[in-house]
Design a binder for this molecule. Structure first.
Ligand SMILES: C[S@@+](CC[C@H](N)C(=O)[O-])C[C@H]1O[C@@H](n2cnc3c(N)ncnc32)[C@H](O)[C@@H]1O
Length: 274
């Protein structure tokens, strides 16, 4: 698995990014990533009475849904600002500040672990996945989601396609692992197996990001994204304008009868048993 070549700087970039984007993420991205919640909870076998850890909890949508299934839930995130929002959204879960790569729990502590779009944000995803394996009880399941690869028919394809046409993907940001390194089913499966998981399964989840205007996706990324936002802001103003215009043009194909734009944002959910 690829890791950051500059883990301290990349972690700092991510941490500052999430402290800045916490409200925007809750406002724009949460209504998209909430669509992955049922698949993640089912794949991790979250049920009444189970002790569940939600790693990289963000606004706490997985934690909240697990509480609604009468599980005992702990959510973990490295951003204090994010944790405040999670506590408000999921008052019956417990939340802790901590790093996904060094989980502050004993081995064999949880019946289930879930991680929504977290492993694509840490400097060392292998450390994070192996930590999730360590804290699971034998027989417990991990379920983790990532985005599917960019394609002309999905939102990330439009965005990265436009950056390739007008701008530069190789910008002077702290080096992070490839954002899409787990975005093919075989790659996600291999990552789980490398950390010792058995019965590994990978499933696609079709999701739709509904935006009110052609520029809605760019606004959401600028207000609630971290890595994609950094990539956009590292371009010149002129290039940013050209990228926005190309993305907005591309989004017109997803216009629905009610006048909103329904952008496909498919995910993968990987799961495995300790
Ligand atoms: C893309 S958001 C995912 C939020 C939520 N799980 C979801 O499914 O929408 C990633 C979250 O991971 C957190 N995060 C990033 N790096 C982390 C790290 N090294 N340790 C703990 N949390 C981290 C961020 O603060 C952010 O809240």
């Amino acid at each position: 698995m690829e890791s950051s070549r500059d883990p301290a700087a990349f972690r700092e970039f991510e941490h500052t990014g999430w402290e800045t984007a916490s409200r925007g993420y809750d406002q724009h991205f949460a209504r998209l990533t909430r669509q992955t919640v049922p698949a993640l909870l089912a794949a991790a076998r979250v049920a009444k009475g189970k002790r569940v850890l939600d790693v990289c909890t963000g606004p706490g949508m997985l934690a909240r849904a697990a509480v609604e299934r009468e599980a005992q839930v702990v959510g973990l995130d490295f951003s204090g600002k994010v944790i405040k929002i999670a506590r408000r959204n999921a008052p019956d879960a417990e939340f802790l500040e901590g790093d996904a790569q060094a989980l502050p729990f004993d081995a064999d502590s949880f019946d289930a672990v879930v991680c929504g779009y977290g492993i694509i944000h840490v400097p060392n995803p292998e450390a994070a996945l192996c930590e999730m394996h360590r804290v699971l009880k034998p027989g417990g399941y991990l379920a983790a989601s990532v985005w599917q690869s960019p394609a002309p028919t999905n939102g990330f394809g439009l965005l990265f396609g436009a950056v390739k046409i007008h701008g530069n993907l190789d910008v002077p940001l702290p080096h992070g692992p490839d954002f899409f390194q787990f975005s093919e089913p075989e790659k996600l499966r291999t990552a789980f197996e490398e950390c010792g998981f058995a019965d590994v399964a990978v499933a696609g989840v079709d999701q739709i990001w509904e935006v009110a205007a052609p520029l809605g996706m760019i606004t959401a990324i600028l207000e609630g994204g971290v890595r994609a936002r950094g990539l956009l802001l590292a371009q010149t103003e002129e290039v940013q304008g050209a990228i926005s215009a190309t993305v907005a043009n591309g989004i017109v194909q997803f216009r629905s009868a009610d006048g909103t734009y329904r952008v496909p944002m498919p995910a993968l959910v990987g799961s495995g048993r300790k």
